[in-house]
Design a protein around this ligand. Sequence first.
Ligand code: ADP
Ligand code: MG
Ligand code: ZN
Length: 481
Amino acid sequence: MTSRYEAVIGLEVHTQLTTSTKIFCGCSTAFGAPPNSHTCPVCLGLPGALPVLNRTVVEYAIRAGLATRCTIAPRSIFARKNYFYPDLPKGYQISQFELPICTGGHMEIETTAGGRKTIGITRIHMEEDAGKLIHPGEGSRFSHVDLNRAGTPLLEIVSEPDMRSSDEAVAYLRKLHQTVVYLGICDGNLEEGSFRCDANVSVRLRGAEKLGTRAELKNINSFRFVKQAIEYEIERQIDLIESGGAVVQETRLFDSASGVTRSMRGKEEAHDYRYFPDPDLVPVIVSEEWIQSVRGTLPELPDAKIERFASDLGLSRQDAEVLAADRALADYFEACAAAHNNPKGCANWVMGEVIRVLNESGQTIASCPLPPENLAGMVKRIDDGTISGKIAKTVFLEMWKSGKKADRIIEEKGLRQVTDSGAIEKVVDEIIAANPEQAAQYRSGKEKVFGFFVGQVMKASKGKANPQAVNDILKQKLAQD
Ligand code: ADP
Ligand code: MG
Ligand code: ZN
């Protein structure tokens, strides 16, 4: 049924900026403080208080704009968006409307089919966040308002309606999330609402030019929910049209508990907000020099990093993508590969054991107790044959727990691999002598028994025998009779 229809999706993303103070006053933006403790006359909206723009907010907006190939406006304007809400004490939100700071950008995403696709970015503008309403519910006659968040700087990043599936929408959202975190302008914390998304969804008959009527799904703060909400909404709209109805333009809420979207209110039009330029704020002037100096501070972005890991360090594209997905992880890997020139070996340990143990212990790479140089020191000992890959797992966990370096652990625990063929031969002879039945089986063509011998020899050598040497010597000894 879905094949007759095509979905059209455009996303509006609100990213909370990591400035230490609010956008128009000096109040702290720290999360989790006692209610209303981070407030002043400006963010409380008291009469006569005047906003003063935080320069870092503009710089962060320029960063986001450059990273998404936008044009940065030499002159942009703050506007008042008028509406009443109890957590918006001024009765208007300061935002940008006709002249936003960034326009006309784009970002590339990977599609599930394996191709690449360009998603247009319509605009990026700066605005202030509102406060928070707290409804204690059952048993309370009151609702509470916490204005700590009022005046926190946001960037709203608006995409073109270029996405055609929930997967594309999630790919775009992940890429954007990765980008703002890489840029250091947003902490990316979805649970705390630092990165949240409104998804605009419509459907049309395949081949139709005109866009269908859209519903806007408000404030979704997880990648999984975005996917669920969009998929539900596409089906809902198709069913509606198929049964002779029409989609109405409205704002809907996604209920993650039941997995459905529900109508919240009819969609307001821009003119309902009576936007007008804020007379309290002068135009934002951005010079070419400023843009260039911000450009100079941009970090290497994920795409460029993936490219470099693949072409310069010889990693597979897939490995490069895993490592570049998180800037801190990529830095960790690079520090490791810089200390021991075997990028592939280092990458395997970072993507394998490091991530596994971090996940198990609920830690992140930022708090990883194992310095990358120590990991490199261990990979070096695998590469020069001092320890086997199997023994390395023991060394790894010991390094993790004790903070000691690999060399010290190898010496203290006597984990050095036995490569001396004389010593291995001796063990092999003993094992063959002790298992004449299995030896006979092997010689009569039951090759599976070989594994049994390898196991026995490794066990007898406490895992320290060089596996390749064990294989060679066993083959040779079992062949002679
Ligand atoms: P508003 O504030 O009214 O939601 P914006 O211009 O800020 O308007 O955002 C509109 C968003 O909706 C953009 O992301 C745009 O790509 C998307 N959009 C517009 N028309 C459609 C449509 N017919 N179907 C899906 N998405 C749409
Ligand atoms: Mg909108
Ligand atoms: Zn304040």
